[in-house]
Design a protein around this ligand. Structure first.
Ligand SMILES: NC(=O)C1=CN([C@@H]2O[C@H](COP(=O)(O)OP(=O)(O)OC[C@H]3O[C@@H](n4cnc5c(N)ncnc54)[C@H](OP(=O)(O)O)[C@@H]3O)[C@@H](O)[C@H]2O)C=CC1
Ligand SMILES: CC(=O)[C@@H](O)[C@H](O)COP(=O)(O)O
Ligand SMILES: [Mn+2]
Length: 379
């Protein structure tokens, strides 16, 4: 029986993780759940899965949750509560399904506590890739990707020698506005932006997909997860999201992972790795699909992806700034304060006005992250 803690159990990844756990009741047990504000859902999850501990964003919410749960379930809150969930002594695997770089301290704590990390929260690797990977190596902790592209790369690299990789190829759906020109983006609405063609996901990542920032974050995530130079990472538009990513080797062979767009597959793989077991996902029927298509990435149409490569190559504090500026810009867009195209303007401005600095520890990351957030909030 694998014991699971989920950070962000009320979100898109969190609820799908619980679907997998419910599908395999003999294999998994939930020991900790963490939510932000959605206590109604958290309470019903706790009643169904009987964790030992639940965590919510604030003391006020924790007090309300306590009224609805039996006293043997510990209720904690805030950043410390999130960390308690991440280091729960009974947990073997921590699923990091919280959104944004606020997931970093709990992820670092889980690594120090020796937990296997099933990593969905890509922002932690973008903002602190070196720190996270060095810590994972020091504590001998596996980081298993949940993000569909990285799960695909992980599977396509299985048993191969990294030195024989010619390039990693991430696929991108193109997002909600794939077929619109830049001039057509000026007046798009939040509702339009949230209509992803293939995946049902949380709001922040759906906007990231439309700006192509999601692919930018994923390029940096791939760099850190697989130790691959940016020059050997490529992105291709694949509107059907059936090939989840691929690895091209020196001998010209390409190994890819395919499947219907269903996050329960990579989530389950991260929980059962290296085993493969039956999943609730619908099987892929290639003859029904008939054709898979590909388009060259247009870096002028999607400048945020170009910027991510530049920030990744610059290293130091640049990826932290890229991520923080984007988190604020997306929150402002979702709050109807700025337009869709303002997201890239804000990111570009914050990056251009930033003086690159060395990132040595969690404190320096927090300092840069705080500066970028404050600036992105007012421009
Ligand atoms: N959705 C997907 O298909 C994919 C997502 N990812 C990545 O996974 C991560 C999660 O994405 P997704 O599930 O879509 O996001 P959602 O917005 O659906 O869920 C976010 C989760 O984080 C919780 N949360 C937010 N703020 C806080 C806080 N201050 N303290 C504690 N918990 C908080 C939310 O709690 P609450 O709702 O209770 O406030 C919720 O459980 C992201 O990093 C995303 O990039 C990667 C690949 C695919
Ligand atoms: C499901 C998943 O992993 C998302 O990150 C997804 O890849 C978003 O799709 P695009 O960013 O390719 O639109
Ligand atoms: Mn992805």
């Amino acid at each position: 029986m694998k014991k699971i803690a989920i950070l962000g159990s009320t979100g898109s990844i969190g609820t799908q993780t619980l679907e997998i756990i419910a599908f395999h009741p003999d294999r998994f047990q939930v020991v900790a759940l963490s939510a932000g504000q959605n206590i109604e859902l958290l309470i019903s999850q706790a009643k169904q899965f009987s964790p030992k501990l639940v965590s919510v964003a604030t003391k006020q919410l924790a007090d309300q949750v306590k009224l609805h749960l039996p006293s043997h379930i510990t209720v904690v809150y805030g950043e410390e509560g999130l960390i308690e969930a991440a280091v729960h002594p009974a947990a073997d695997i921590v699923v990091t399904a919280i959104v944004g770089s606020r997931g970093l301290p709990a992820t670092l704590a889980a690594i120090e506590a020796g937990k296997t990390i099933a990593l969905a929260n890509k922002e932690t690797l973008v903002t602190a890739g070196q720190l996270v990977m060095e810590k994972a190596a020091r504590y001998n902790v596996p980081i298993i990707p949940v993000d569909s592209e990285h799960s695909a790369l992980f599977q396509s690299l299985n048993g191969e020698q990294l030195k024989t990789v010619y390039k990693l190829v991430l696929t991108a759906s193109g997002g909600s506005f794939r077929d619109r020109t830049r001039s057509e983006l000026a007046n798009v609405t939040i509702e339009d932006a949230l209509r992803h063609p293939n995946w049902s996901m949380g709001a922040k990542i759906t906007i990231d997909s439309a700006t192509m920032v999601n692919k930018g974050l994923e390029v940096i995530e791939a760099h850190w997860l697989f130790g691959m130079p940016y020059e050997q990472i490529d992105v291709v538009i694949h509107p059907e999201s059936i090939i989840h990513s691929m690895v091209e080797y020196d001998d010209s062979s390409i190994i890819a992972q395919l499947g219907n767009p269903d996050m329960r597959v990579p989530i389950q793989y991260a929980l059962t790795y290296p085993e493969r077991i039956e999943s609730p996902a619908k099987r892929l029927n290639l003859t029904a699909i008939q054709q898979l298509t590909f388009r060259e990435m247009d870096y002028t149409r999607f400048p945020c992806l170009q910027l991510a490569f530049e920030c990744g190559k610059l290293g130091q504090s640049a990826p932290t700034v890229y991520n923080a500026a984007n988190e604020i810009a997306v929150a402002r867009f979702l709050n109807r304060e700025v337009s869709f195209l303002d997201i890239e303007r804000i990111i570009e401005t914050v990056i251009n006005d930033h003086n690159l600095m060395a990132i040595t520890d969690a404190e320096s990351i927090l300092e840069v992250d705080t500066w970028a957030r404050k600036y992105a909030a007012i421009i």
